[in-house]
Design a protein. Structure first.
Length: 296
């Protein structure tokens, strides 16, 4: 991995870790549905501009069903669940629970294909469950009213990401940028019917709307561009490293900007979840960018 791609990877992890910060800021004021509708709409508009510049077609006639399925499981439903949970849970807890996504993906794949997982993968799944149990059991946020439902919502959001990843493997090949662009427009349509059922709790300020813009354009639009560039340059397996880095940034941003308290249980629980995820995905860190490059 080159130094440039390493920096892209760290930047992407920082941006996606920041999404939990922005949701935590805006969700208590806007509510889940309005917040997420803004997020996917702003991301769609941003990606539409990029598509015009790069002349990237959507091919809606051929791919609209695919975009709807991907938009439902990869954006609309999990985003709504995160928006709901962000009214109660800390950004740190949201970020760590989101790291269970590869665990759900592996479990769904094993059930779908009816293949028994290896002992190493089973150990990783058990570690992930133990890490979540440690976080939920010791984090003071878990004792707040509605915290149990919020935690279940986040885990279900991660489950939906796992469904989306397995669907993407089975679906027909569609250009990655078109996947991002089309699924964002599909999400915009899918979230709209939920608006009447989620009232707006407060009056949005300029700061709240700035957080919403950052969530849509930075954490969705720009993040997708970075992610797909990494997949192109270093492959999907190496790009998966962002899964292990984004919780660390989620915790960091929560401490710096929201004054969240992070106890030993947060750090230990995060380490257990991330280690379990590494075992499940078979991830092995690559430090190729440190190797001496041959002189031409």
């Amino acid at each position: 991995m080159s130094t440039t791609n390493l920096l892209r990877l760290i930047l992407l992890a920082a941006i996606w870790g920041g999404s939990f910060l922005f949701m935590r800021i805006a969700a208590p004021v806007l509510g889940a549905a309005v917040l997420i509708e803004y997020r996917v709409l702003f991301a769609s508009l941003f990606l539409a501009v990029i598509a015009l510049i790069l002349k990237k077609p959507l091919n809606l006639r051929e791919n609209w069903k695919h975009y709807l399925i991907l938009g439902l499981f990869n954006s609309a439903l999990p985003f709504l669940l995160f928006g709901f949970a962000a009214r109660t849970l800390s950004a740190s807890l949201l970020a760590v629970l989101n790291a269970t996504t590869p665990l759900w993906g592996t479990l769904i794949a094993a059930v779908w294909t009816r293949h028994m997982v290896s002992a190493k993968v089973m150990l990783g799944l058990l570690m992930g469950a133990c890490g979540v149990a440690l976080l939920v059991g010791f984090d003071h946020v878990s004792s707040k009213p509605g915290a149990g439902i919020a935690i279940a919502a986040v885990l279900f959001a991660a489950f939906n990401y796992g469904v989306a990843s397995n669907y993407a493997k089975q679906a027909k090949a569609v250009e990655p940028f078109a996947n991002a662009h089309g699924s964002m427009w599909a999400s915009t349509l899918l979230v709209a019917p939920a608006l009447p059922f989620f009232p707006v709790p407060g009056e949005p300020t300029m700061g709240i709307m700035a957080a919403v813009l950052a969530l849509g354009i930075l954490c969705s639009g720009i993040a997708y561009l970075l992610y797909f560039r990494l997949i192109q340059d270093i492959g999907p397996s190496s790009a998966l490293t962002v899964t292990f880095l984004s919780p660390l940034f989620g915790i960091l941003w929560g401490i710096l900007f929201l004054g969240e308290h992070v106890g030993w249980y947060t750090l230990v629980g995060a380490a257990i979840v991330i280690t379990g995820t590494a075992l499940v995905t078979g991830f092995r860190p690559s430090f190729g960018f440190l190797k001496k490059q041959p002189v031409a």
